[in-house]
Design a protein around this ligand. Structure first.
Ligand SMILES: *Cc1c(COP(=O)(O)O)cnc(C)c1O
Length: 409
C-alpha cells in the first residue's frame, strides 16, 4: 500500500483533502508488485551457501531459460537495467570494437552512450523516435561494412520512452540478408513477459532483462541471457569485467554465480514471479497484455479525436503492449499533467524522456495489471485531462469498456 502525500497546489490544480485508497502505479517501471511476491520476500535471510537457497537460485536460473526461450546461459546481477547493458557488452566485446545501435529513442541512446564510455565506437541508423527500426536501413548499414568492423548490433525491442516495439525477426532477417557475422543483442527489459520473444528460435545472441517491468519484481535485478555465439565471443573479449564476468559466474562453486553475497530476497521474489508466469503461461501473459493494452489504445485513440493529443507511435501495429506514449499539445506541460493525475486522481503516469521531456506522458500497462486497474487509470487520466481543459474526444473510457466487455480470445 503506498503512502499518500498531501497534495501540492500548483497553478493548474487546487488543493484537495488528504487522499485515501490505493494510488495506481501506471508508470512504465517499476510496476505493481503483487502481494504474492511481496510475501515471498517477507522472511529472514538465510545462509546463501546452504542447500535451501542454492535450490531456489538454481531453479531460477533454470526457469529464466524458459522465460528467455533459450538453452544458453542466464546471468543474474544485483543491479538495474543499465547494468545489463554494460554486462552484455563487457563480456563479448573488446576496446575499440565498433557496434551498430539503430536508434529507437531514449533507451537506444542510453545503450549507445554506455558503449562509448567503455571505449567502443558506436554507429547508428537515425530515427525520429516515432517508428520502429527500419530493417532495410540496417541491412544497408551492414552491407556497407564490407570488412565486418561491426562486431554487434544492439537493438531495443520496446523503447519505453517512445512506446514503439520493433520487429526482432525482421532485424535478424536483415542481418542474415547482409551476410553479416555481427552478434545480435536485444534489450528486452520492457518486453520480457509482455511481448513474444524467442531467443534461440529467432537467433538472438544476447537478451537482457530487468526485474521491475513485466516481471513484477522489485527493481534491483538485471538479467543477461547468452547464447553459444556470445559465449564464444566472450572467450576472447578484452573489456574489463570483474563483477560482470561470465567465466567467473559459470564456475562450479555456487557462491561465484553472484560474485559475492547473493541478493537473496530479490531471488525469492524472482522465484515467485516465475511461479506466477508459469501458472499463467507466457502465451497467457502475452494475450493479457495485448488485450489490456488494446483497451488503452482504443481509449487514447478517442482522446486524440479532440485534436490536441497524439500517439507518439505513428504506426498502429508498432504500438507496444507495455507502455503507451502520448504527445501533449504545446502549452500543456508534462509535469503539470503528472501532478494533476497524481495529486488529484491518485494515478502515477510516466513523463517524457530524452527529447520528449516536457512533451509527452506515458501510461504503463505492463506486469501485474487487470481490467479494473486499466479502466481506473484511463478514467482518472481522462478526468485529469478534462480538469486541465485539454480538448479530448469523448467516449474514450467507454470504448475501452466495450472492448473489455468482449470475452478474451
Ligand atoms: C527501464 C528500461 C531500461 C533501464 O532500466 P533501469 O532499471 O532503469 O536501469 C533499459 N531499457 C529499457 C527498454 C527499459 O524499459
Amino acid at each position: 500500500m503506498s503512502v499518500q502525500r498531501a497534495p501540492v497546489a500548483t497553478a493548474a490544480n487546487e488543493v484537495t483533502p488528504v487522499r485515501r485508497g490505493r494510488e495506481f502505479l501506471n508508470v512504465p517501471g517499476p510496476t505493481n508488485i503483487p502481494g504474492r511476491i511481496l510475501n515471498a520476500m517477507h522472511r529472514p535471510a538465510v545462509d546463501f551457501s546452504g542447500p535451501e537457497f542454492i535450490d531456489i537460485a538454481m531453479s531460477c536460473f533454470r526457469d529464466l531459460k524458459w522465460l528467455f526461450r533459450t538453452e544458453g546461459d542466464v546471468f543474474i546481477y544485483a543491479a538495474n537495467g543499465h547494468a545489463a547493458w554494460e554486462a552484455a557488452m563487457v563480456n563479448t566485446l573488446s576496446a575499440g570494437d565498433t557496434i551498430l545501435v539503430p536508434e529507437t529513442g531514449h533507451f537506444s541512446t542510453g545503450w549507445g552512450e554506455t558503449a562509448e564510455s567503455l571505449g567502443l565506437k558506436v554507429k547508428t541508423v537515425a530515427s525520429d523516435w516515432r517508428r520502429a527500426i527500419d530493417p532495410a536501413a540496417v541491412e544497408q548499414a551492414l552491407r556497407a561494412d564490407a570488412d565486418h568492423a561491426i562486431k554487434a548490433v544492439l537493438m531495443v525491442h520496446t523503447d519505453t520512452a517512445t512506446g514503439v516495439t520493433s520487429d526482432i525477426r525482421a532485424l535478424r532477417a536483415a542481418i542474415d540478408a547482409a551476410g553479416h557475422p555481427a552478434l545480435f543483442m536485444v534489450d528486452a527489459i520492457a518486453s520480457l513477459a509482455t511481448t513474444e520473444l524467442e531467443m534461440d528460435a529467432w537467433k538472438i545472441d544476447v537478451v537482457i532483462g530487468a526485474s521491475q517491468k513485466g516481471l513484477m519484481c522489485p527493481p534491483g535485478v538485471a538479467l543477461v541471457a547468452a547464447g553459444a555465439r556470445a559465449l564464444e565471443a566472450h572467450a576472447t573479449s578484452s573489456l574489463p569485467k570483474r563483477y560482470w564476468d561470465w567465466t567467473a559466474r559459470r564456475a562450479k562453486e555456487h557462491y561465484r554465480k553472484f560474485c559475492g553475497t547473493a541478493p537473496e530476497h530479490t531471488i525469492f521474489a524472482m522465484r515467485e514471479a516465475l511461479n506466477m508466469l508459469q501458472e499463467e503461461t507466457l502465451e497467457g501473459a502475452f494475450r493479457r497484455h495485448e488485450r489490456l493494452s488494446e483497451a488503452v489504445r482504443l481509449c487514447v485513440g478517442r482522446w486524440c479525436e479532440g485534436g490536441a493529443l497524439q500517439f507518439n507511435a505513428v504506426n498502429p501495429d508498432e504500438r507496444s503492449n507495455a507502455v503507451t506514449t502520448i504527445l501533449l499539445p504545446p502549452g500543456v506541460d508534462t509535469d503539470t499533467m503528472r501532478a494533476m493525475c497524481r495529486d488529484n486522481f491518485s494515478v502515477a503516469v510516466g513523463g517524457g524522456l530524452g527529447k520528449l521531456i516536457g512533451k509527452a506522458f506515458r501510461i504503463g500497462h505492463m506486469g501485474d495489471m487487470n481490467e479494473p486497474m486499466i479502466l481506473g487509470c484511463l478514467a482518472a487520466v481522462e478526468a485529469a485531462l478534462k480538469r486541465l481543459d485539454v480538448p479530448i474526444g469523448s467516449g474514450g473510457v467507454q470504448i475501452a469498456i466495450d472492448w473489455l466487455a468482449q470475452p478474451p480470445r
